[in-house]
Design a protein around this ligand. Structure first.
Ligand SMILES: *Cc1c(COP(=O)(O)O)cnc(C)c1O
Length: 355
């Protein structure tokens, strides 16, 4: 028997999430699969995401692999190309480049390509990360429009606070103002998951769902409707009866206030479970919640079983997933679901529940 720690990837759940993304907004769907499909494994989730209208990621190697695997729909590289030599790969492999910086425009216009490429031209409408200012956007558009190396243009922007209080209206206004100046006839792409669920009318022609496809809520109220795709599971591989006054784990900083039955679960920060959660953060053991006690080790964590009924040794322990949303563990770790999902370690094998 190998170590029982693994992730379960539920493709049926993911397909439902894709359908929700598709149904929420009237747009073509670009499934965002960067960072190895948010830690789920791009190969594993391909049977679902290939049903989207396009894929988006940042890693050109993965884009090439997708083409080699026979994927023919658009692939959008969210940071475009980084040096002139890459552009011919975009051309040969029919990859779409997000163009967000003047250097990229210069590189593209002066390239010698077999075939022109498609681009998403990115405006910085307030995120202040990537993209052209409203003034430059128009100029870049005009330059690219007449370039022999460009065959299609989609106008794109990204919202900074679609899930928060500031909302999107302020950015949308800027984007539209610039668009009417020169881009009356181009398609647009604006909405991430939070936008799709909260402002479905504002996603543009191409929506860009990421986190929602994986079943994690981009804002708390969105949780109920989505289906968790990844569960991080393991088993209790040892138990200890620890007397009152004794301590558990490294640092000896968890002191038992009573005699306790402690279960040792084969999962730690070396698997991607966050080390900084505090004692009391729950895991699911079968259908019961049990609190973590003491520090998370690299390979193990300890839980208090005192209040649970007697369990079979092989009972599945879920660190997050069905019944225990990854968002709640992320919150306990002072981070976001995206971070935990991406951090699952390579040593953790996956079992895929197929379609
Ligand atoms: C990652 C990313 C997305 C997806 O965002 P989610 O919040 O995961 O839905 C969309 N657009 C761009 C440009 C991104 O980088």
């Amino acid at each position: 028997m190998p170590r029982p720690t693994k992730i379960i990837i539920d493709l049926k759940a993911m397909r439902k999430n894709l359908e929700i993304a598709r149904g929420s907004a009237n747009a073509k769907v670009i499934a965002v699969v960067k960072a190895n499909a948010y830690g789920h494994g791009l190969d594993r989730v391909l049977p679902v995401v290939e049903q989207a209208d396009a894929l988006a990621l940042l890693e050109i190697d993965r884009a090439i692999e997708l083409r080699q695997a026979g994927f023919v729909k658009p692939i959008i590289l969210l940071e475009g190309f980084f040096d002139p030599n890459e552009i011919s790969i975009f051309s040969r492999k029919n990859l779409t480049a997000v163009i967000h910086h003047k250097d990229q425009v210069d590189m593209l216009v002066s390239a010698n390509l077999e075939k022109p490429i498609g681009i998403f031209l990115k405006m910085n409408s307030g995120m202040n990360r990537l993209g052209f200012s409203i003034e430059d956007f128009d100029k870049m558009y005009q330059t690219l429009l007449i370039s022999k190396n460009v065959n299609s243009i989609v106008a794109m922007t990204h919202f900074a606070d679609a899930d928060g209080e500031k909302g999107i209206e302020w950015q949308l206004k800027r984007f539209k103002a610039a668009k009417t100046a020169a881009l009356r006839n181009v398609e647009t792409s604006m909405g991430n998951s939070a936008t799709i669920l909260k402002y479905p009318e504002a996603v543009g022609d191409w929506s860009r769902p990421g986190i929602m496809l994986y079943g994690a809520a981009p804002f708390p109220a969105a949780g109920q409707s989505l289906f968790p795709v990844m569960s991080l599971i393991s088993e209790i591989i040892s138990t200890q009866i620890v007397d009152k006054g004794q301590t558990i784990g490294y640092g000896c900083d968890y002191i038992c206030e009573k005699k306790m039955l402690v279960g040792i679960v084969a999962c730690g920060y070396g698997d991607g479970y966050p080390r900084n959660v505090i004692s009391g953060t729950p895991v699911m053991i079968g259908k019961f919640k049990a609190p973590i006690v003491g520090r998370i080790s690299m390979d193990l964590l300890a839980v208090d079983l005192s209040n649970l009924p007697r369990l079979d040794q092989k009972t599945v322990v879920t660190m997050w997933g069905d019944g225990l949303p990854v968002e709640s563990i992320a919150k306990a770790a002072k981070t976001i679901s995206y971070d935990l999902l991406c951090r699952v370690s390579n040593r953790v094998p996956a079992r895929v529940l197929s379609l």
